[in-house]
Structure formats: C-alpha cells, structure tokens
Design a binder for this molecule. Structure first.
Ligand code: MN
Length: 316
C-alpha cells in the first residue's frame, strides 16, 4: 500500500491528472490524498473518474481555510504550502506519504523506492541541483516587499554555507516518514517558522529550514528536474554526467519534475515529453490545450515563426 499526496487548484488540475494517471499506469494499491483549493466540481469529478477506473482509493481534502495571507512569491498560489500539513492529514501508525508536485511525471513502479529504509529520517528528497546552478548567478529574489541577491539570501539571511547547500533539497518530491515527523512535532515547528520568517522559496525553504539535518538525500533519478538551458549549462560537470542519461532518454528516471513545463514549451523536445503527451490523452483533459499549445508566434532576432496546434505554419 502506498499513500501519495498532491496539492493543486483548477489551474493545475489538467497536469495533476497526468501525474495521477502516470502513477496508476505503473502502480497498484495506491491511496491518494488530494489537497485542493479553488477547484471546480468538474475537476473533482474528472480526477475521481481516473482513479475509479483503476479501482484505487482517494481522499479529497479541502485546504481553503489553511495558509491564507502568506507570501507566495511569483507562484501566486498557496497550494505550494499544502505538503507541510501532511503529518496531520495522513493518519496511521508507521505511515509514510509520497508528496509529488502536480508538474511531476512517474515512469515506473514506485514500490521499492517507497519502502526504502527511512529510520531516523524525517524524509527523503533530492538535492536541488538547479538551485546550486542559480547560486552561481546574481539572480534577484523577491522576499516579501524586498528584492535580494540570491547569494545574499542563502548565505546571510538563511545562513546556509556551501556544505549546507549540498543538502538543500527540492520540495517537488518528498517521501515523508510520518512517525518520525510527528514524534518531533515537525509540522508545528514548520507552521511556527512561517510566522517569523519570509522564505524566498516558500514551502521549500521552510521544509529545508526545519528538516535540514534529518533528510536522506537520494539520487536525482527520483526527482529528475528538467531545467532551463542556462541553468543546465552552469551545472557542475559531476551533475551533468549523472543527469545526461535521463536528459537524452537513454535511461528512465523514476520521477520527472518539469520545472520547464511541456505544455508551455510544446516546441521544445523536453525529456519524455512525448510520453507525457501520450499519457495526457488517457485523461479527461485530453482536449484541453494551454495557450502555447494552441498558438505560438514569435517575431524577433532569435527567430520568427507561427505555430498552430503544434504544427509549424511558417518559420524563417
Ligand atoms: Mn514543481
């Protein structure tokens, strides 16, 4: 048996549907915890029907009363805070839960991964190698009303040095050991920290801040993040080497995390995007297209083209 949790609103429902369908294609004995806010009744119906068709289980969890008035940065949706509440949402002794962002895509059987040894750890997660790359830039971050330099933020405000950043994990995939988290009141600690801190990467920094030393850092194949080209180019060679087989589809990662979204970048050949689109056709959202999937036009020194429904009409 596996508990798997997602958090989303109507904007992300079509993509959550693909994540869920991808899980169901490779896994049995799943109970979903679907945390939502601003979700249409029709979305609840569509997504329930996907899970029903595989005879698996689900709980819909209304999160509209939680996390109001918190900083959400450019994400503009409070859904990103939802995983912080999982220790009190998913019940049961010796329980675990796998939290997945609604921009992830599962490519295989999760059983062994889900049941790995987590003794003494709050959770397992993958190092945020994209952030390590961004740390080499002078990118600016929004921090409430203020703007700060990314290096200044991590080094001086969060006080995380280089060694700490090697353990800084991405929160799009979190395998939580709920007993250990409950025993140590981690949820309350996270909630309290939100009152006295502004986190530039809200949920992710909060979880990192509190769980830091209690996290099992695992291989990138469990949260293979698809990065912007410039972010990729700045990666240390060691990471490029490790990630290249997944990027070129020579090997299948277990979980892909589309930081670059296939639905916003239909013209790009993102890793496993063909398979992603294939799985989308198996969901009730198969005919729903993003603006970019319907129409793309560009007239600039970088290129001039017009694309309609993923077909190039002209390109100069
Ligand atoms: Mn994500």
């Amino acid at each position: 048996m596996m508990n798997i949790a997602l958090g989303f609103d109507s904007n992300f429902a079509p993509y959550a549907a693909v994540t869920i369908k991808s899980i169901l294609l490779h896994n049995k004995g799943v109970t979903f915890y679907l945390m939502y806010d601003n979700l249409k009744k029709s979305d609840i119906k569509k997504i329930s029907s996907i899970i029903d068709s595989h005879n698996e289980h689900y709980h819909w969890i209304d999160m509209s009363a939680e996390f109001n008035d918190l900083f959400t940065g450019s994400w503009k949706s409070k859904t990103l805070y939802f995983p912080l509440k999982l220790p009190s949402i998913v019940e049961g002794e010796r329980a675990r839960v796998l939290f997945l962002d609604a921009d992830t895509f599962v490519l295989g059987d999760l059983t062994n991964f889900y049941n790995q040894n987590l003794d003494g750890y709050y959770l397992a997660a993958v190092n945020d190698y994209g952030m390590l790359s961004d740390l080499k830039t002078d990118n600016k971050l929004k921090l409430g009303e203020n703007t700060v330099d990314i290096k200044h933020y991590f080094e001086n405000i969060r006080k995380w040095n280089n060694t700490d950043m090697q353990r800084y994990f991405n929160s799009g995939m979190l395998l939580m050991n709920l007993d250990e988290m409950r025993k140590n009141n981690v949820e309350k600690e996270m909630m309290d920290s939100l009152k006295s801190n502004i986190f530039a990467f809200p949920d992710q920094d909060c979880i990192n801040f509190i769980c830091h030393d209690h996290v099992k850092i695992i291989e990138p194949k469990y949260n293979f993040m698809v990065l912007f080209k410039s972010t990729w180019n700045r990666l240390d060679e060691e990471y490029k080497e490790k990630l290249m087989p997944y990027k070129t589809e020579k090997e299948r990662p277990l979980i892909i995390h589309y930081l670059l979204k296939p639905w916003r970048r239909p013209q790009d050949d993102l890793p496993f995007a063909k398979e992603y689109r294939q799985v989308k056709t198996m969901t009730p959202y198969k005919n729903q297209c993003s603006r970019q999937e319907i129409f793309q036009c560009r007239i600039s020194k970088h290129g001039t083209y017009l694309r309609l429904f993923n077909k190039t009409i002209f390109k100069i």
